[in-house]
Write a protein that binds this ligand. Sequence first.
Ligand code: SF4
Length: 316
Amino acid sequence: MKIGVSSCLLGNQCRYDGAGSKFEFVVDVLSKYFELIPYCPEEMVFGIPRESIRLVDIDGEIKVISNKIQKDVTNELSAISKTLAQKAFDDKLCGFIFKAKSPSCGVERVKLYQNNSNMCEKKATGLFAQAVQEKQPFLPIEEDGRLNDPWLKENFLMQVFAYKDLGEFLDSNPTFKNLVEFHTSYKYLIYAKSQASYKNLGAIVANHEKEELGVVLENYKSSFLAAIGEKGNINKTYNVLLHIFGYFKKLIQKEEKEHILSACQEYKEGIIPLIAVIKLLNLYVKRFNQEYLKTQKFLNPYPKEFALRSDLKAYK
Ligand code: SF4
């Protein structure tokens, strides 16, 4: 399973001044689960060390200008960005982590200077990040700084694993029956993001128009990838917990019901983390051998060692 990374985040000394920007979460945690593929467009085209560059708005066009000698290097950086975006596509990545603020790698809020001035607004995207997004609009992407937010981190990793699952599923020559099974296993994970998206996906799987399998899979793919790119929140997740509880609420004692409902409520109020409720629900899933729930990705979306659901701040 491969994730693309701005090379300097791995600690590689490829920044303009020969320094790196090691991001511990990527190097110490993600490296245990993913093959990390480094990309540095600026190193490839300008070498190390090199002049620093900035994005400049010149008559409404975004140009890349070197800071000291004011040389326009837009064409060189644009060309290498497209080449590397093609490589990222060929590498079959499941996600990409970019270096924030960089005129090449920043995804959002990169400084855009006014021509011949030091005035800037944080509103641009780096050339390489833009080329990757144009080539693969649904690829899960994040920036290093944003991944310090437990909510964004949880959403990103859930998206990465779902992205990988879909790719493997589509590569397995699936039948209509397989599609129903795949879709069913993602019911509550998608519900926790958007019920409307799950309904839309359900309509594609139902295929009332009697489309060919290839057409249905193509439609399902784009809608699924859009759905997993949505962010979940605490209220939607709480509703999913109640839905899951509904599968065995008639099979248990009053005190047990109260215990589970109060755990769900405490999660909603930010008193206990989601993992505490999931552990409790999983006990009942096992006890009543709920085959339908056992297949739900929502209950096990990624390796538990990430411990993302142990953080109260992972849900907003
Ligand atoms: S931000 Fe991107 S271009 Fe700049 S050093 Fe890091 S990988 Fe290279």
